[in-house]
Design a protein around this ligand. Structure first.
Ligand code: AMP
Ligand code: MG
Length: 621
């Protein structure tokens, strides 16, 4: 896509004279040229003209008209001179050189600004067209220009295409504007409204009540809906949850099958010599064989049908070859007298036709797939799985593989969480890394929610000035925050929200950024949510485990990572080492979380030898 050429005209007596540093010009420039942000992408620009001019109507007109008429710019953004001061004449100058007005551009900016400052009413800014150039008056304050540009950014590229009569991209940019979330353009929130603008003014205590892990789980369970049903081929059914009871379509075995390689005999003939009438292999029929009479036998392989008339199979080890002709067996000696029905699987002895083989709402594993195949069941009704996205947030994060920049760390959460979900047969989507920038997060979540039913995020939910997820969800997405703090360690700021998008309920589980916290909360909250949605009601297995070391108790119940080993029928819990929430090594080799109670005045520690509940990882019942 061709870049849009922008001209920036700063209108200010004091900046023009050098008495004051111009902050708006660099801010506008940065917004337009920073392609890593969503506004930057929308504005898609390069700066071809820039100037600082005093509040002088003729000089302003001169710059505007010259830039337009010399075809140097597609869009001119002026900043300053739109207020009520005597010297403010930017709108007057603009009005005199434009040929057509474009008032709704200013109206759009106004709608955005008035939501958070009544000062917006005092703007006299205008917008209009001269030739093929769009001119927009922005306010002078560098803080306000971002708000205003955010409001108009989605429509700029299409406006330029229309002015340039660029038929090749006009439909594309039209659709892009149409698809853009209206909420995003005209949100009631702003950085200032969300309380994110000033680190010294951030709240120092969380407004969210602290609830217990059990309460949090039951809220999730209550909110989660069960997905619809689809019919799939059993070869794709691993890990899916069965909708209805399954009944076998056939008997297994469907014929009397030999359990051994040997000879089908009449048991009442007892031990002794037999004439061998022929042989039957697995997969063949017995109809071509001569009828079995007393004193005769027929050679059979394992899995072969037992001929009519035979009521026992004698394994080859219990026979002796007596006579051959042209390499064929003619007579064998049965060494041990057979019992009736020995080494024969009767029809339907493994699975009876029409019998219940799998119950509704169970998860399909390897055995279940085998059973379905054995029963002649090619397709199966299962619950759909939710579409899940995993998003990391944080300015400090980098994708693994890139050279590490100063102050940065590799994003480990995304891959850890995706792997936990994959271990549980879900197929999560990688939603990337969002920088700690309000509009970037808003845009990333907007896009993600269009694609997924459940969005799992990590980071940006604690008490830092860059932890903006909760207010963003409320204000931009109208989300209901069901909880924002859980009485647990690690994982306290875990947040669960739902919102509606295109009449569909969307789930957001926002986990803390520390890798161990994200891992623990995925096991405790994400998996139960997803399981409920895919129709599974199984619960984690909790066993009693003996501590092998002492623990200081935290005021919050703690989910400590351990390796459980069984000795003398007792599960013993071995700590995986330092339990700080940043140290992912503590999750390695962990096969359980022991649940340490919160400390009380009476009890502040637990000693080796005491018992605690331990939640097994990877096992449900
Ligand atoms: P936050 O929850 O955003 O305050 O982050 C808490 C800590 O977790 C910080 O030290 C972050 O650098 C770290 N962190 C956040 N997200 C990730 C991630 N995706 N991978 C690894 N570390 C992370
Ligand atoms: Mg962060």
């Amino acid at each position: 896509m061709t870049m849009i050429r922008y001209g920036i005209l700063i209108v200010s007596d004091s900046c023009s004279s050098g008495d004051r540093k111009d902050l708006s010009g660099p801010e506008i420039k940065n917004i337009i040229t920073n392609k890593s942000t969503d506004i930057g992408k929308l504005l898609n620009g390069t700066i071809t003209c820039e100037e600082i001019v005093e509040d002088n109507e003729y000089k302003i007109m001169d710059f505007l008209a010259t830039w337009c008429d010399q075809n140097k710019v597609d869009v001119i953004l002026t900043s300053g001179g739109t207020g009520f001061s005597e010297r403010d004449v930017t709108p007057e100058a603009t009005k005199k050189i434009i040929q057509k007005e474009a008032p709704c551009i200013i109206f759009s900016m106004f709608l955005n600004s008035i939501k958070w400052t009544p000062m917006a009413m005092l703007s006299r800014a205008i917008s209009g067209i001269r030739g093929k150039t769009l001119i927009i008056n922005l306010p002078g304050s560098h803080k306000a220009v971002k708000e205003c540009l955010t409001a108009v950014a989605p429509a700029i590229s299409h406006a330029v295409d229309l002015l340039l009569n660029d038929k090749s991209s006009v439909i594309k940019t039209h659709n892009a504007v149409q698809n853009f979330s209206f909420k995003f353009c005209h949100t009631p929130a702003s950085t200032e409204m969300l309380g994110l603008h000033n680190v010294s003014e951030r709240s120092r205590s969380s407004p969210y009540p602290m609830i217990s892990v059990e309460e949090a789980k039951s809220i999730i369970f209550k909110e989660a809906y069960v997905m619809n049903v689809e019919t799939i081929n059993i070869s794709n059914a691993l890990g899916r949850v069965i909708k209805n009871n399954v009944y076998s379509q056939c008997d297994l075995p469907p014929f009397r099958a030999s359990i051994k390689d040997g000879y089908a005999v009449i048991a009442s003939d007892r031990a002794g010599k037999r004439k061998v009438l022929g042989g039957v292999k697995a997969g063949s029929t017995t109809t071509i064989l001569p009828k079995l009479l007393p004193g005769t036998c027929i050679r059979v392989n394992t899995g072969a049908p037992v001929p009519d008339g035979a009521n026992a199979v004698v394994q080859v080890e219990d026979t002796k070859l007596i006579e051959t002709l042209n390499s064929e067996e003619v007579v064998v000696d049965i060494l041990i007298s057979p019992k009736a029905e020995q080494d024969i699987r009767p029809i339907g002895s493994d699975i009876e036709k029409n019998s219940l083989v799998l119950s509704e709402n169970i998860k399909i594993g390897a055995a279940e797939i085998g059973i379905l195949a054995a029963c002649g069941c090619k397709e199966i009704d299962v619950y759909k799985q939710p579409v899940i996205g995993i998003l990391s947030t944080g300015d400090e994060l980098q994708e693994v593989g890139e050279p590490l920049l100063p102050g940065h760390v590799y994003d480990s959460n995304k891959l850890t969480l995706m792997s936990i979900l994959e271990e549980n047969n879900f197929k999560p989507l990688d939603m990337g890394i969002a920088q700690d920038d309000e509009m970037t997060i808003v845009q990333t979540i907007t896009n993600a929610l269009k694609a997924v039913d459940v969005l799992i995020t990590t980071g940006s939910v604690s008490m830092g000035d860059k932890d903006m997820l909760k207010p963003i969800l409320k204000h931009y997405f109208g989300a209901t925050l069901h909880f924002g703090r859980v009485n647990m360690k690690p994982g306290k700021p875990t947040t669960f929200a739902t919102c509606m998008l295109n009449n569909k309920k969307k789930y957001l589980l926002c986990l803390p950024g520390n890798p161990v916290s994200a891992t623990v909360t995925t096991h405790l909250f994400v998996l139960p949510l997803l399981n409920k949605m895919q129709g599974l009601s199984s619960k984690p297995i909790i066993v009693q485990a003996e501590l092998t070391s002492d623990y200081q108790l935290d005021p919050r119940p703690e989910y400590a990572r351990v390796t459980l080993k069984w000795s003398d029928k007792i599960a013993k819990a071995y700590s995986t080492g330092n339990q700080i929430s940043s140290k992912l090594l503590s999750c390695q080799n962990a096969n359980a979380f022991i649940i340490l109670p919160g400390s009380t005045n009476q009890k502040t520690s637990l000693k080796a030898g005491e018992y605690v509940p331990a939640m097994l990882l990877g096992f449900n019942q």
